[in-house]
Design a binder for this molecule. Sequence first.
Ligand code: ADP
Ligand code: MG
Length: 748
Amino acid sequence: MTSVQRPTLASPLRDAVGAKTANALIEKLGLETVGDLLHHYPRRYAERGEVSDLGALEIGEHVTVAAKIEKITVRPMRQKPRSKMLEVTVTDGRRNLQLTFFNQAWREKQLTIGRWGLFSGKVGQFRDKLQLNQPDYQLLAEPGELADSDGSNALAEFANALIPVYPAAANVPTWVIARAVRATLDIVADVDDPMPEGIRRRRHLIDLATALRAIHQPTSKSELYQAKHRLKWDEAFGLQATLAKRRQAASARPAKARPSRPGGLREAFDAALPFALTAGQADVGDEIAADLAAEHPMHRLLQGEVGSGKTVVAVRAMLQVVDAGGQAALLAPTEVLAAQHARSIRAMLGPMARAGELDAAETSTRVALLTGSLPAAARRAALAEAADGAAGIVVGTHALLSEGVEFADLGLVVIDEQHRFGVEQRDALRSKAGRTPPHVLVMTATPIPRTVAMTVFGDLETSALTQLPSGRSPIATSVVPVAEKPAWLARAWQRVTEEVAAGHQAYVVCPRIGESLAGDEEEEPDGADDPNLEPPPEDDAAAKRPPLAVLDVAPKLAEGPLSELRIGVLHGKLPPDEKDAVMADFAGRRLDVLVATTVIEVGVDVPNSTAMVIMDADRFGVSQLHQLRGRVGRGSAAGLCLLVTDAPAGTKARERLDAVASTTDGFELAQLDLEQRREGDVLGVAQSGRRSRLKLLSLLHDEELIRDARTEASTLVAEDPELNAYPGLAAAVNALVDDDAADYLEKT
Ligand code: ADP
Ligand code: MG
């Protein structure tokens, strides 16, 4: 291969390594090109001289451990006396691991006491001892042995202080990969760095070739850090460039401007409001008013703590659109919430919502409620009002838009309490209004960690309501550990009784509906169709008995500690009219206690309720608990939330509950939630089961880098939307996004 061209990143692997190795890498690891191999990064790095913790091994696992050889025995095998068994004991200094080889006595010469190596195989057990049967291994040189190495030394790929340990496969151990990488790095042609030089300089990025070499063969931790930083940057930048392109494309589309109109409904609504807007509500309101007045579609995410008053902001935006001659749709995640919104918006608007009726205000519109469970006649009427434009505001569930509901002139879509609304759905929504897409406002009370806002929601503008309306009372949260303090549970029911005696109401929340409905212990958690719900984190608490159920707990309370109180039951499987009736009874104070599933998690607003008891609280996620307790303390009386659990002190589950009890700062809790979930779940790549090109970037640890990449990518895309001046970069961005970022963006 003298004058032959050197392989590039795009060349097939066979151009860089031998056919046998190339085949193994393609078949077992899906690495097709030189670039694929060089982007197959080590999973971790063993430090020279460091040993693996042999106590952490689990039987059945395929492992690569670093350890020192302590003892060697050769002995004849019992059944076949002429065969020999070689037993090698390696140690981490405290624990031992046995390696066994059959009829390979020659290995005795290689495996000498005191040598250090990597051993790779499946962990088995023999007579209480952990062992690797016929492991692959790679002995590592002591530093001195390499002093005059000319590269021909078989150990040279491990010459550095940090030894790469690769995600490996059966029969392709980590050192085979290391060797292939080394061979490739030796002959690969100069790598053109697609990242513009200005960006590299400003952001202190080393060049791509150096980074690729250093991530595989770092000579120091700082070099490794630089390499990772650069390669993470490429991932973050690719993602952000894609998002910037989406934003640009979206805002380049035309929309109908809906400027505010003096003397319209919004002004009348403002004048009639029984309270002053908070500064945040006013500011966000101005931002939205300006967005709506523009001739490009608004795509805005409004984050606001539970109870921060997002509904008022939404109603004002909707009225501006109605004033401008258009219609607005308000989508809620559940029918309960949709019905409640319709009720409370009609109440807020009063005569302004009764156009066509005798007592209508001079300027007025109508509010239509459209849910799947409406009686046929009511549904026909609502559909007609939406279609002929009589209803300025149409409230429904998310199904509203997929059900072919016609609007006369849909100008704004508000999506309430939704933080898992994927890019795909957002796109479907935008296409709904035909050639002129509506303005879109997404509202969520689940605080979104900044990095998630910049990635998963990176195609939206964001605003936040950070303060609660004044006069709101604090929520006191306590953990009730029934295992250690059984008496506290009785005290909890006593507190509920006291709250009711003081004229207030209470919720009791359970993780499950109950068997009598499905007859199945493994019944889906209630609201499984509700995309806001998270499965509870799986950890120490999740095993044991099935979680408590509404249909079991309610009768026990009614016969026992709460026998004096009026108890209602609410869950997702109730027929819709029954659900409505229960909610109306609770709102109308005809019930004292509502025993419910997480259907009440989002948006339910009954300001008179002051206490919440969450049963089996450890079965819920952090954000979910925070959402749930936001249902109390919405009025002027102080709120109380009791987290009942039988998880023992010192477990992860208890730590989580203690964290929820210790702060009401939603952003802090969101961060905690992010830390406790596996990163893959957040990024959505775990489910896709495909190899991701977003390998290094972490939403948890790389906030600054993601922010910087966002700044640079936005600037570049603003100047050159198709990145025509940077073809290499455009290709890199597309490669990243075609494969994975679509998942990354949509599955979350
Ligand atoms: P969320 O942001 O959780 O959706 P809501 O919109 O349901 O909050 O508002 C919670 C409660 O606060 C409602 O009863 C609402 O009428 C009230 N509210 C909203 N804004 C203010 C304000 N500026 N001052 C006082 N009360 C307010
Ligand atoms: Mg709300």
